[in-house]
Write a protein that binds this ligand. Structure first.
Ligand code: NAP
Length: 385
């Protein structure tokens, strides 16, 4: 149920807070390509970034402080695309200023922070959503469709991996005196398990449910960073992806008395010069494998906006039993399209649709990431039941 009231058919003015990778490559172009939304203002503390934004969107107002953006009467929706440690204070401030707000992932550094953000938005009766754009990735949507059609039968193991080699380049804040980008510092909420993990755990929640039986995780610290350089999390579910029991009620006992059900493995990190598959799913009737990432980020970097399937070299492969024979069968790819995220935000603002990414739902993934961190710190399995 929405607490906000937007009666107008008029365009909704959007203010971008932060004009780094997220603001410049993702939010600006996606908002600009969403009829009904319009980029009206950009906040950056760096003059060169403000100049860049003004050149990209002639006629907008640029602001050197966040307060000035929040005071801007042309802005009804604030999009926060800044480092992770700033998300809670900036979202709460936006809500208190009476602005609707979208925050980029990771929503918050903890469940407690996330709950405070939700409370502030409710109190102010503004829309609040998280940019979980990778629910609109082609690779994710195609696997989801394969699972829903039962093409690998009962899924036994789903492995979901995104890794890089070295720190993700280009993310050093020019105003910072730190020698590396903010993603390698705990104080800014860095670390690959928060960064890519925000997507991978959120997708796990959508595919397999919010509550595994337990989580075990192991993080390595191999460089002079104060966040992990690589990490793996192992989620043991009762039941299967898409089944009603998936959130952990009952299931048959396995051979050793251990419950059978889906195992979901998440890997992130920056130590992989050669990449594992993005998805590797094995089930009772077949196996699904797919390398490489969704093509939209690279396309957005080239200034191309709109739906896309995987690049040909990253097309998925599905091998399954057909008439008793194991065969490669064609996979119908589902196009990914981040524009659908903003189209939904606009429809929700106009009370024409339910909000697709509700912050309450995103809390589930934060809970799992907290459990993974706890497990990695203690070396213990974290049980949910
Ligand atoms: N969903 C996705 O696919 C995706 C992709 C990339 C990034 N992201 C997310 O987007 C967010 C930003 O990441 P990014 O890659 O865009 O980072 P970035 O390139 O480093 O840009 C960060 C922006 O925030 C501003 N900023 C930094 N510290 C700030 C502070 N304390 N207060 C206010 N503004 C501050 C920066 O500086 P100036 O003020 O000097 O301009 C810059 O404009 C993160 O949450 C990240 O996870 C999401």
């Amino acid at each position: 149920m929405s607490g906000w009231r937007t009666d107008t058919r008029d365009e909704i003015g959007v203010g971008l807070a932060g004009y780094g990778l997220a603001g410049r490559v993702f939010h600006g172009p996606l908002v600009a390509h969403t009829p009904g939304l319009k980029v009206r203002a950009v906040f950056s503390r760096t003059p060169a970034r403000r100049d860049e934004a003004a050149a990209h969107y002639p006629g907008i107002t640029t602001h050197a402080t966040y307060e000035a953006l929040l005071d801007d009467p042309q802005v009804q929706l604030v999009v926060v695309g800044t480092p992770h440690d700033t998300h809670e204070p900036m979202v709460v401030q936006a809500a208190q200023a009476g602005k609707h707000v979208v925050v980029d992932k990771i929503m918050a550094l903890s469940v407690a922070e996330g709950e405070r953000m939700i409370a502030a938005a409710r109190q102010a009766q503004v829309l609040f959503s998280v940019f979980q754009n990778r629910r609109w990735d082609s690779d994710y949507l195609t696997l989801k469709s394969v699972l829903e059609q039962g093409l690998i039968g009962e899924p036994y193991v789903i492995e979901s991996t995104v890794t890089t080699y070295g720190a993700t380049p280009g993310y050093r804040n020019p105003t910072s005196d730190r020698p590396r980008g903010w993603r390698t510092y705990a104080e800014f909420g860095g670390g690959p398990m928060r960064d890519w993990g925000a997507h991978l755990f959120d997708q796990a929640v959508q595919l397999a449910g919010p509550q595994p039986l337990n989580v075990f995780a192991d993080f390595q610290h191999r460089r002079d960073w104060d966040v992990e350089t690589a990490g793996m999390a192992y989620l043991r579910y009762l039941g299967t992806a898409g089944s009603p029991e998936r959130s952990g009620q009952s299931d048959q006992a396995g051979r050793e008395g251990a419950p059978e059900g889906l195992r979901y493995v998440i890997e992130t990190g920056s130590i992989s010069a050669i990449q594992r598959p993005r998805w590797y799913a094995r089930g009772s009737d077949g196996t699904y494998i797919q390398f490489g990432r969704d093509a939209q980020e690279a396309a957005l970097n080239r200034g191309e906006v709109g739906p896309r399937v995987m690049d040909p070299e990253n097309a998925p492969r599905l091998s399954r039993y057909v008439e008793g024979q194991l065969r490669d069968v064609p996979v119908d790819q589902v196009p990914g399209n981040y524009l659908e995220y903003y189209a939904n935000v606009l429809s929700a603002l106009r009370s024409e649709a339910d909000l697709a990414v509700k912050p309450e739902n995103v809390l589930h993934s934060l809970r799992l990431i907290e459990a993974a961190s706890q497990s990695a710190q203690t070396g213990q399995v974290v049980n949910f039941t």
